[in-house]
Design a protein around this ligand. Structure first.
Ligand code: G4P
Length: 189
């Protein structure tokens, strides 16, 4: 995806050897034209999968998730990281540890929205250690549903998430893979 690669290279700000700031198009201000193209690309990559639901996690997964769901003409569910006033019972819960933020979140999805016959595409903005993606996959599996694949906008390929998910048998597609952020520079894989 040239449009996305150009954005990462032109607007990504390397904060450290491990963190890339992309708040001009993905994590704060969001670029809808780019997100529409991201949705089309995930739809193309998972075209054979008869997807019934897209699942992501709030907040930055929602933009690529909703554009993918729109293109696939299926609902988007976003897992919540914060307790909801109206969502207390009948929920799937998983613990997700963030190495980046050094905190554990309980992520939740209402049991109403996932069923055994669902074929679920998981979408997220970043892949680092894979904790969020594994947590979402565990929720799908709690429901007895099937994870057809995992679509990632930006994978930091120098962190182990992509490899661990592939080793666990998941079909992972990342639109941009970053090999290194060393010396203040983005190097693509
Ligand atoms: P993991 O799920 O792959 O293990 O990743 P990790 O716990 O390290 O990520 C925690 C949060 O930090 C996630 O967002 C993730 O998207 C984000 N993140 C990880 N690496 C980077 C990076 O290099 N740059 C940016 N910009 N974000 C990164 P979150 O806390 O869920 O935030 P949000 O979705 O509410 O924006």
């Amino acid at each position: 995806m040239k449009l996305l690669v150009d954005k990462v290279m032109q607007e990504g700000i390397v904060l450290s050897d491990h963190v890339l700031k992309v708040d001009s198009f993905l994590n704060h201000q969001m670029d809808p034209v780019l997100m529409r193209e991201v949705g089309k690309e995930f739809t193309r990559l998972f075209a054979q999968e008869k997807i019934t639901k897209v699942l992501t996690i709030e907040s930055s997964g929602i933009a690529p998730g909703i554009m993918t769901a729109l293109e696939l003409n299926v609902p988007l569910i976003f897992a919540r990281k914060h307790k909801s006033l109206t969502l207390k019972d009948n929920i799937f819960v998983e613990k997700v540890y963030s190495f980046t933020k050094r905190e554990t979140n309980e992520i939740t999805v209402s049991k109403k929205f996932l069923a055994e016959n669902d074929r679920v595409l998981i979408i997220d903005d970043f892949l680092a250690n894979g904790e969020a993606a594994f947590g979402l996959a565990r929720i799908v599996e709690q429901a007895g549903a099937h994870v057809v694949g995992i679509g990632i906008v930006i994978e930091k390929a120098f962190q182990p998430g992509g490899r661990l998910l592939a080793e666990a048998g998941y079909h992972v597609e990342s639109l941009v893979r970053i090999a290194s952020l060393e010396n203040g520079t983005v190097t693509l894989a």
